[in-house]
Design a protein around this ligand. Structure first.
Ligand code: MGD
Ligand code: MGD
Ligand code: SF4
Ligand code: MO
Length: 703
């Protein structure tokens, strides 16, 4: 018997990466413990990390490539060899490309989980295919892009230095480890007892310990941010020195802020004027202060201006690039992403993106997934033309549940000539495929976390055991597929060579990386004093010359969302947060997690439930202008009676495949819409603050 404790990092359960110690006995992982010596996660680990064992061993895992036998979605499959699977992928994609051109192909990625996202983009660029669909328009890109145009870098909350004020704005790192901002780091940071301001429609765990909790009207963050800016400039609380020397556009901004008085802002945000003023003053005067901004601000049609306003808050108060403020995290020395992506192979890429048709910011590397589904849904099933998308490869995504306007996604998928899906388990999306590929998961292949993210580090996730059945990592699949597409020179002998190439500039091997666990860039502050800011003017652009050049407003405003007002038919505002025990739509099949959260619930204030004659625990129908779903009612006093908070990401793996696992029964994305308005710069759809009504449903959702 062989037995060994090995170390790796948790992955694919959230954006964190807790150090894990895994006992491997005779080639099987049998026990998982938090790695108390891991300097990054400091001994933290949660129920999901511990569920790694159930995930790897679960009977629902896909273990062989499958080819569809019956009609699409009927659940009839035959097992095929990898050779046949990879040949099918290559042949079908090449066939479409040769007939209709590379624009007839599409790749779709969900939340990025490792290097595989960039492998798919590389293959797309080599093919000259502009359609790489993703969730980036609702996940991180509004923050990243607006930060880039304003100050030239992505400002990360510096939780590891002394700070005097922490603002959590639509973010709950205790629950999500949002983009690698670890909850454990926030917990340690809060031990210094800085002023804590929480901006969240829910009185969640951080809000309960906050000095000031602004229980904001969902979706109105952009307005509140403008209110903060107004107070700060009116009261001259900004950092005059920094503004004088390092910014442009001060007067233009100040004039634009005039309408956003505390009284006006209070009406739209439900936050009392007194509290708006107090919060703005506290943030501006407790230096250094940091803002930890979350995904919630990226889920409205005002996402770009809201994100930009938050960067302006950081800049005006002199909190950019200071210890304990919002800093520029420098990456470790790794292969440059643009090189890895082979952007040089596809010089006219940006002209061919669907983003151009929708007048979105011309800097995006991916296309909002809704634009791709809209395009396919509109083109019809049998009438292919050169502009139509006929073949799609979906990797690590379940858009039937996570994609906006779920019924549009289904229509799009049904219209495809060829759909291949790579996943760990059969999902509602995979159930519609022609080809399903079983992927290896954490512990089963050498992997690297957080490459390409702006947080200044990468995590090693070394392989501990052989993959289950015939599973292969996404990197492996794409590497072999790429070679069969005729790009032998641009892919590698073995998938591990990919990681070695990424690490080469740092001068270490993957094995050395695995031993270190984490590779960080050098921590630096005030870098602008030597080089200026990476914007056209070299300064922080309070009025953005780039946005002006691209035809958008140069200074922030609020008001793309008139269509999202409540009405008699839809009197309540629906919002959501990420599930604590699941990752988006994944892992409802793991009993260790499911028992902690057995069914989808929608929360409502007890007074509202009483008014509507609804009881806790009963099934209720939530209806918006776009559609409906059924979840169980739970009551909470932590929210405003005008708000409901629903669970996101639900389907029922225990259901039948031919029913597509009841994908549309409790699915919040049956209530969202890809129609206009969306954020005009980023293409963000309204995913929070959706006018709705709640009524008795009769039958409880299963589970
Ligand atoms: N209404 C609403 N919609 C939302 C959001 C919201 O808050 N509200 N959030 C948005 C955000 S921020 C995001 S990022 C997206 C996420 O959208 P998706 O990424 O589509 O969501 P997931 O449910 O995580 O889908 C991932 C699938 O990947 C599989 N998987 C896990 N690991 C691997 C792997 O290593 N390889 C492969 N091939 N598959 C794997 C899982 O089994 C799961 O089926 O959803 C967006 N949609
Ligand atoms: N457990 C778990 N962790 C995850 C994920 C997961 O699915 N599960 N997904 C990962 C991904 S891809 C992402 S993008 C991150 C996101 O992680 P976060 O940035 O933390 O985002 P959310 O959990 O979506 O929402 C954060 C907070 O916003 C609040 N909120 C809801 N509506 C509004 C609003 O209108 N305004 C404001 N100010 N707040 C609002 C919610 O109550 C919640 O407390 O999490 C990552 N980590
Ligand atoms: S907190 Fe996140 S990274 Fe840590 S064990 Fe849990 S799921 Fe994994
Ligand atoms: Mo995300």
């Amino acid at each position: 018997m062989s037995e060994q404790w090995l170390r790796t990092h948790c992955a694919r359960f959230d954006h964190g990466g807790c150090g894990l110690k895994v006992l491997v006995r005779n080639g099987k992982p049998v026990k998982v413990l938090p790695d108390t010596e891991d300097p990054f996660s400091r001994g933290h680990c949660c129920a999901k990390g511990l569920a790694s064992l159930e995930r790897i061993d679960h009977p629902r895992r896909l273990t062989h490539p499958l080819k569809r036998k019956g009609r699409r979605g009927e659940g009839e499959w035959v097992k095929i060899s990898w050779d046949e699977a990879l040949d099918t992928l290559a042949n079908r994609f090449l066939e479409l490309k040769n007939r209709w051109g590379p624009e007839s192909l599409a790749f779709l990625q969900g939340a990025p989980k490792g290097v595989e996202f960039f492998m798919a983009m590389r293959l797309a660029n080599l093919l000259g295919c502009p359609h790489v669909g993703s969730s980036q328009h609702v996940c991180h890109m509004p923050r990243e892009q607006m930060a880039m145009v304003t100050c030239g870098f992505f400002p990360v909350a510096d939780l590891d230095s002394p700070t005097r004020c922490v603002v959590l704005w639509g973010s709950n790192p205790f629950r999500t480890n949002e983009e690698g901002v670890l909850g454990i780091h926030l917990r340690d940071c809060l031990k210094q007892n800085p002023v804590l301001i929480v901006i969240d429609p829910v009185e969640n765990e951080p809000a309960r310990r906050a000095h000031l909790h602004l229980r904001i009207r969902p979706g109105s963050d952009g307005l509140l941010a403008l209110g903060f800016l107004h107070v700060i400039l009116e009261e001259n609380l900004h950092d005059d020195d920094f503004v004088q020397n390092w910014t442009t556009g001060f007067h233009e901004l100040k004039a634009a802020l005039a309408p956003y008085t505390p009284e006006t802002v209070a009406r739209g945000t439900w936050v009392e004027p007194r509290k708006i003023v107090e919060a703005a003053r506290l943030y501006a005067t407790s230096r250094p202060a940091l803002i930890q901004w979350g995904n919630a601000i990226e889920h409205t049609v005002n996402s770009a201006q809201c994100c930009r306003s938050l960067v302006l808050l950081m800049a005006l108060t002199g909190n950019l690039e200071v210890p304990g403020g919002n800093v520029r995290a420098s990456a470790p020395r790794l292969k440059r992403l643009a090189e890895f992506l082979r952007l040089d192979h596809f010089p006219d890429r940006s002209r061919k993106l669907l983003n151009r048709e929708h007048h979105l910011i011309p800097r995006l590397l991916t296309t909002p997934n809704w634009a791709i589904f809209q395009s396919i849904a509109e083109q019809g099933a049998s009438t292919h033309s050169s502009a139509a998308i006929g073949g799609m490869y979906v990797q690590g995504a379940n858009p039937m549940v996570s994609g906006v306007q779920a019924h549009l996604v289904k229509k799009g998928l049904m219209n495809l000539e060829f759909l291949a899906v790579a996943d760990q388990v059969m999902t509602p999306t995979a159930a519609l495929a022609d080809l399903v590929l079983p992927v290896a998961t954490n512990f089963e292949f050498n992997d690297m976390g957080h490459y390409g993210l702006p947080h200044g580090y990468v995590l090693a996730r070394p392989k501990l055991v052989e993959p289950r059945g015939e599973c292969r990592s996404d990197m492996d699949i794409l590497n072999e597929w790429g070679k069969r597409m005729g790009f032998r020179d641009h892919f590698w002998n073995r998938p591990d060579d990919i990681l070695e190439e990424i690490l080469a500039p740092s001068g270490i091997t993957y094995q050395e990386f695995a031993q270190r666990g984490v590779l960080r860039g050098p921590g630096k502050y005030f870098t602008y004093r030597e080089k200026g800011f990476s914007t056209p003017s070299g300064k922080v652009e309070l009025a953005s010359s780039l946005l002006r050049k691209w035809g958008y407003a140069s200074v922030p405003f609020y008001g793309n969302g008139d269509d999202f007002e409540v009405s008699e038919a839809f009197p309540l505002l629906l919002t959501s947060a990420k599930p604590k025990h699941f990752f988006h739509s994944a892992y409802r099949h793991l009993t260790g997690l499911r028992k902690r959260h057995p069914h989808p619930c929608v929360s409502m204030h007890p007074s509202k439930a009483q008014e509507l004659g609804l009881q806790a625990g009963e099934a209720v129908r939530v209806v918006s202008a776009a559609g409906e779903m059924v979840q169980r009612l739970s009551l909470t006093e932590t929210i405003d009676p005008r708000v409901v908070v629903a669970d996101y990401g639900w389907w029922f793996p225990e259901g039948l495949e031919k029913d597509l696992f009841h994908w549309d029964r409790a699915n919040i994305n049956c209530l969202t819409s890809a129609e206009r308005p969306f954020d005009p710069i980023m293409g963000t759809n309204q995913l929070r603050a959706i006018p709705c009504r709640v009524e008795k449903a009769g039958n409880a959702p299963s589970g």
